[in-house]
Write a protein that binds this ligand. Structure first.
Ligand code: SAM
Length: 247
């Protein structure tokens, strides 16, 4: 049973499908435009956020890394260049996103180091204590069951291993918050409709961001899932945060 209100926020209000299927079809439908829309809507700043989140793993020198909700593989590719591990595995429930990711990895000649598979964060098909580190960028907000996903990632982390989550959050500074809310409520869904031909996807982005447990709340949920030495850092006036936790 999903425990948190945001677990019930879905892309398509009138659909009978469960959240997971809706999320997978939504990402399948925008996969071809996903990377462009990311850069466009964030003005390219998402690249800086990803870099900062990945850098949290550098002291650990992880050799075997899992990138959960890998999508088109951006974090997996950046982690490869930034941390030089032996192996990165990416999993995602959207075959459309994975296919674009595989093409990028092939073009970059990284197929020996990075492999992408269809896989669900809530039932990860690897044994306990497999990975030195796990990354999830803009993924946890889309999980059908956040608690289950966090516990599964904990299970497959090696003792001493580290999870880094990157996720949108809600800015606090009143003036900036007002401008940002107008952008996310009206402008981003409008651009999504125009450029990605999918207003639902960008409306869902805003709805799920508003409902998602962030900052101290997410830290508490990570603690409950078993993680230790948890902490977070707000980036760019709190539009986004990275969260770290160890096993
Ligand atoms: N990590 C990528 C990035 O930083 O660009 C993709 C993020 S995209 C916003 C969210 C991804 O989460 C989608 O590709 C979606 O299919 C995936 N996702 C959602 N629920 C998932 C689950 N339960 N298990 C694995 N992937 C999931």
């Amino acid at each position: 049973m999903a425990k948190y209100a945001h677990d019930h926020i879905v892309p398509y209000q009138n659909s009978e499908e469960e959240k997971k299927q809706q999320v997978a079809s939504m990402f399948d439908s925008i996969a071809g435009r996903y990377d462009f829309m990311n850069r466009f809507l964030s003005g390219g700043i998402d690249v800086t956020w990803r870099k900062k989140a990945i850098a949290q793993l550098a002291p650990l020198k992880p050799k075997n890394i899992l990138d959960v909700a890998t999508g088109t593989g951006d974090v997996a590719i950046m982690t490869w260049h930034q941390l030089h591990p032996d192996k990165i595995t990416g999993i995602d429930i959207s075959e459309g996103m994975l296919e674009h990711g595989r093409q990028k990895i092939e073009k970059l000649g990284l197929t020996n180091g990075i492999t992408l598979h269809k896989g669900d964060s809530e039932t990860i098909s690897y044994p306990d204590n497999t990975f030195d580190a796990i990354t999830v960028a803009f993924g946890v907000r889309n999980f059908q069951n956040l608690e289950k996903g966090l516990k599964e990632m904990y299970r497959v982390l090696k003792p001493g291993g580290k999870l880094v989550i990157l996720e949108f959050s809600r800015p606090k500074q009143p003036l900036f918050k007002g401008v940002y809310n107008i952008y996310m409520n009206f402008i981003a869904p409008g651009i999504g409709k125009l450029l990605a031909r999918n207003k639902d996807a960008y409306q869902y982005l805003n709805n799920s961001m508003q409902a998602f447990p962030e900052r101290e709340q997410l830290i508490r949920i990570m603690n409950e899932a078993g993680y230790s030495t948890t902490h977070y850092k707000a980036l760019t006036m709190g539009i986004c945060c990275y969260y770290c936790g160890s096993k």
